[in-house]
Design a protein around this ligand. Structure first.
Ligand SMILES: Nc1ncnc2c1ncn2[C@@H]1O[C@H](COP(=O)(O)O)[C@@H](OP(=O)(O)O)[C@H]1O
Ligand SMILES: CCc1ccc(OS(=O)(=O)O)cc1
Length: 290
């Protein structure tokens, strides 16, 4: 097993070193008014919303959504891993209307996005489940730092010492902008509770009008069970030296409330106290169980 990389920082946000090396290209990215940018904090349901958006874009055509793995369908803006083409290079080659994705916090988004008034689709997930999911992901993802023990990870996550920085600042930053631009702000927990309703919102936001049977197909095909079994969405094609799924799958549980299987009573009380302070003054409300 190779050694795990360390992160570097841009404006105090930890990021992959290769992303930082490519920072001027990322910041110089030229957004277009007809772009749709999928924005998430890591482990908030990015893959899920990507598949939903693609199914809508392809009008429920399952075969078209099988054209390539999900990581290749929507350029990952800050992705840089030479000699592979960077996310920016892939986006620049994509014909409009482009659908792109990012985990960047608002303050690090390339400035052109604010100039062109394009659409943003943000998905937020409650901090406790997000932290659990990120912990397991860091254990299996050899391109991210070793998360250490669960107790150690609790400190890293709550202090924002993880890739893409603080969950709290990320979510608050995007939430505060939601009424100032063309943004659809969704919650993972709402998609889980009522996928049909939330998919309909995405459809309207994308300016699409699909009939009920197509909607039924999208609900069915984007269920956790279907996506876990689908090699185009379950990351099974990623080599083991990058993503070692022998102990834990990328498509791990896909539930709301798994944090209860990880947090001790003491950790939960401490987390709630930290959460209260960090989220004070924000009107955003999360649900942590269904
Ligand atoms: N169709 C789906 N339904 C519910 N959860 C899904 C899903 N597809 C992916 N996920 C979950 O979303 C998380 C991954 O997020 P991302 O794509 O942003 O990396 C994982 O959470 P868990 O680790 O809690 O299972 C994964 O299982
Ligand atoms: C650099 C490792 C890494 C981390 C996070 C990623 O995001 S996602 O799982 O594709 O959303 C990808 C690679």
């Amino acid at each position: 097993m190779g050694t795990r990389p360390t992160l570097r920082e841009v404006e105090r946000i930890p990021l992959q070193a290769s992303t930082v090396d490519n920072w001027s290209q990322i910041q110089g990215f030229e957004a277009r008014p007809d772009d749709l940018l999928i924005c998430t904090y890591p482990k908030s349901g990015t893959t899920w919303i990507q598949e939903i958006v693609d199914m809508i874009e392809q009008q429920g055509d399952v075969e078209k959504c099988q054209r390539t793995i999900i990581q290749h369908r929507h350029p990952f803006l800050e992705w840089a891993r030479p000699p592979q083409p960077s996310g920016v290079e892939k986006a620049n080659l994509m014909p409009p209307p482009r659908i792109l994705r990012t985990h960047l916090p608002v303050q690090l988004l390339p400035p052109s996005f604010w100039e062109v008034n394009c659409k943003f689709l943000y998905v937020a997930r409650n901090a406790k489940d997000c932290m659990v999911s990120y912990y397991h992901f860091q254990r299996i993802n050899q391109m991210l730092p070793d998360p250490g023990t669960w107790e150690e990870y609790f400190e890293s996550f709550t202090n924002g010492k993880v890739s893409w920085g603080s969950w709290y600042d990320h979510v608050k930053g995007w939430w505060e902008l939601k009424d100032k631009c063309q943004m659809l702000f969704l919650f993972y927990e709402d998609i889980k509770r009522d996928p049909r309703h939330e998919i309909q919102k995405v459809m309207q936001f994308m300016g699409k009008n699909l009939d009920e049977t197509v909607l039924d197909t999208i609900v069915e095909e984007t269920s956790f069970e279907k996506m876990k079994a689908n090699p185009m969405t379950n990351r099974s094609t990623v080599p083991r030296f990058i993503l070692d799924q022998s102990t834990c799958s990328f498509m791990r549980k896909g539930t709301v409330g798994d944090w209860k299987n990880h947090f001790t009573v003491v950790q939960n009380e401490r987390f709630d106290e930290i959460y209260r302070k960090k989220m004070e003054g924000s009107s955003i409300h999360f649900c942590t169980e269904l």
